[in-house]
Write a protein that binds this ligand. Sequence first.
Ligand code: ATP
Length: 326
Amino acid sequence: MKNIGNIGVLTSGGDSPGMNAAIRAVVRTGIYLGCRVFGIHRGYQGMIEGDITELKSTDVSNIISRGGTILKTARSKDFMTLQGMEAAYRQLLKHDIDALVIIGGDGSFRGAVAFFEKYLIPAVGIPGTIDKDLVGTDFTIGFDTAVNTAMEAIDKIKDTAEAHDRLFLVEVMGRDAGYIALNSGIACGAEDILIPEEETRMDEVLERIAGDERRKKEVHIIVVAEGDDSSGIEAVAKAVSERFPAKDIRSCVLGHIQRGGAPSSADRVLASRLGYAAVNGLAEGKSQVMAGIVNGNVVFTPFKNVIKSRMPVQQDMLNMIKVLSI
Ligand code: ATP
């Protein structure tokens, strides 16, 4: 075991349910290994401004079940400048922090790579993002909770859609990734799912609705990821109403409710495993890697590989939707 002294932990980028469980695991594993652990508030911006406090074991009591992040999170333009990074480095020196655990998405790991190249502070990452678009892990912290939140909302929409024979368009989060749309759509039995990873052909979408009309299938739920290339659910709604003027069409944007709420058991366990693994990884001398779970086992993937590519969607899932919605 290498000797690590003081660890700094931060949450960065978009928040995701389960980040608190990860912070708790990092703090308690660090203390167990004889380290002092410091919480860096508001991501890299708080690192620049020295918004740093020591976390004791009791400071993370009762947070495993809470959504959001007790450390708060931020996007920091200043950290992308040399002066910002220099200021952040000086703050780490001031607090004697000699290793970092970064909980966030690929942007946060890009920041970690740039920082390490200049200042050689070892860092291990934990995938904290509702998007599940990172390579090197089968799941990211927050994804399961976000999908369940979207699923529960779509189930409710489906009830009311059925009562009125309506066609509903539901927008879920995912600017660049369609995993929330794909998984919540499959879980709710959606008729169609539009995601950024696959070109949306409006003529095909309309043809599928026409097929449902012919079969007298009155309820039609279309789940749309916010980053889909169809120019948003209002544009889809317009195209559908032009082709089916008699159809009662409604749209609903689920928005930020998908980020909040108590993390699911899967996210709490994932966050605990990865927080524990990240600190043990640092103690073993690992750096510039992200801790992830692949096939049930903890694996460490270099940041450079994580930020180089995106997790592709599984084609068999896309094919399956068309079969299961007939
Ligand atoms: P999410 O997936 O939820 O959006 P993320 O970690 O990808 O999370 P970003 O906003 O992309 O979120 O990145 C978080 C922060 O990381 C940025 O605000 C910035 O401070 C830092 N960062 C990103 N890229 C770089 C870079 N090339 N150099 C320095 N810092 C960076």
